[in-house]
Design a protein around this ligand. Sequence first.
Ligand SMILES: Cc1cc2nc3c(=O)[nH]c(=O)nc-3n(C[C@H](O)[C@H](O)[C@H](O)COP(=O)(O)O)c2cc1C
Length: 247
Amino acid sequence: MIFYFSGTGNSLHVAEVLRQDETERIVDIAKVQEKRRYGFPIRKGEAVGLVCPVYYSGIPKIMLGFIRHVKLKGDYEYIYLVLTHGGGPGGAAYMTWRELRKRGYQLDAAFDVKMPSNYVFIGKDADPEEEDRRIREAEPVIRKIKESVLSRETTPMTFSLGSKVSAWSMYPLCERYMPVKKFYTDDRCIGCGVCASRCPEKCIEMIDGVPVWTKNRCIRCMSCVRCNAIQYGNVIKNRRRYRYHNI
Ligand SMILES: Cc1cc2nc3c(=O)[nH]c(=O)nc-3n(C[C@H](O)[C@H](O)[C@H](O)COP(=O)(O)O)c2cc1C
C-alpha cells in the first residue's frame, strides 16, 4: 500500500510508477485527513510506502499528522519512504524516521528523487526546459527505486548532523501557517472551484462563485497556485506556476 501526499503532482506521479500492480492501493493522505479514518489493514508480506515532497528540509505538516495517527494493522513486511524535492532533501528522511520510531514503526528504507521545484514564492522563474530535463532524468531513478522496493532493499538510517540541524531549525522556522488573507483571484478566475476542491486543508470556500480563503491553515502545497488567476499579494504575480504535466 502506498500513502502519498502531492501538491502539484510530482509525488503522485512517483506513487503511480511505484505501484507494483493493479491490486496495490494508492491512498491520498489528504483524503485520509478529511475522513479521519487512520486504520489500514495491510496484507501479509506487503510493503508500506510513504511518498511526499520535501518542505523546508522536512516533510509536509499533513504527512507528519498522518504518521502521528496512522494505525497499520497486519503482518506487513517493509516500510519505505520516497521523497520528491527540488535539489535539497535536507532532514526530511530523518524527520520521517524519527516520527515513525516514536509511533513504534521502523523505517526500512529511504529514497529520494530530484524533480522540478514547485516553490514559486521565492527564487527565480522556473525554466521549462530545465523542468523537462529533470522529469526525464527522474524516470530511471524512480524505476530503480521500484526495483529496490521489490527486493525489499534496506538503507542505513544514519543521518548527518547537517540534516538533523536543518530538520530541527529550518523546518519549524518556515513551516508556519501562511496568512491566507493575502490570497485573492484576479479577473482570469472563471469560478470553476477546482482550487477549493483540491485544497488539502480545505482553506478555500466558493462564495458567490468566487474562491475565498477562509481558513488560516494553509500548508503552502502550491496546489491552488497552479492556477494563474490566483495571487498572493504581489509575490507571485507574473510568476510561472509549476504542475507535473500529467496532472
Ligand atoms: C512549501 C515548500 C517548501 C519546499 N522546500 C523544499 C526544500 O527544502 N528542498 C527542496 O529541494 N525542495 C523544496 N520544495 C520543492 C518540492 O519539494 C518539490 O517541487 C516537490 O517535488 C513537489 O512535489 P509535489 O508536486 O508532489 O507537491 C518545496 C516546495 C514547497 C511547496
